[in-house]
Design a protein around this ligand. Sequence first.
Ligand SMILES: [Fe+2]
Ligand SMILES: [Fe+2]
Length: 278
Amino acid sequence: MKAKLTILCENSVGVPFGVIGEHGFACYLETEKGNYLFDTGQGYAIAQNAAALKKDLADIEAVMLSHGHYDHTGGLPAVLQLKGPVDVYGHPDIFVERMWSSEGIKRYVGIPYKRSYLESLGANFRLGTDLAEIGPGVYLTGQIPRDSTFEKGDQKMIAFGSGGESIQPDPILDDLSLIVDTDQGLIIVLGCAHAGMINIIEHTLKKMNKDRIHAIIGGTHLGFSSEEQFNATLDVIDRYRIERIGVSHCTGPARAATLFARMPDRFFFGNVGAVLEV
Ligand SMILES: [Fe+2]
Ligand SMILES: [Fe+2]
């Protein structure tokens, strides 16, 4: 299968005309069998950037959500207003209430809209925890087992249980990634990789019964990783012969620069307008 992935929302822009950056992520996937949207950004950029990049948000088979954070789900109303009724795939925990707390500042970082409101705009939520085939060659990973010991949660993230009890760090069990099975091999699209990039890669290879990954794009969360985790991730990129790596969002400029220096032939900046085509 051929596939074309275009980054619609990201912290910075890589094309000169008509697009804006915002902290967040969204990626448009085109295949011979249909188009898909993975994440929606915060909501300020998605409609404008899609129009500028000539990606039709009304022409999608489904929306997939990597997790419930506002910077991946906040654009849902804008998408639903353009698309109308559509299946929206994700993990049941996307609706968990969650906060970010650091140095006395607290911010709500969960999904900014009620499920009933999104349903009134046409969202047909299809939530699950297992690997799901969304369309031909298009999969969501399902919940990722947290096997690696050094990919730790973020202490600044707090979740609230159904009884209001707080859980710190928020395990963000809803963190899912998109898998595209192409002629060149698997492509993994990360939202924020809260589950840990190594965990995500290992789980994907096991579930898809493959031994290599062609490309990884999206938010790696390596901007928040220890040296140990970062170096182990570099080893994994080599071990699975990953040929293209286009990092975005929560990778941060320092880690992205290090990746670029280490693997200039394979690396690209996954900012708004970046395209991976196989
Ligand atoms: Fe996140
Ligand atoms: Fe994020």
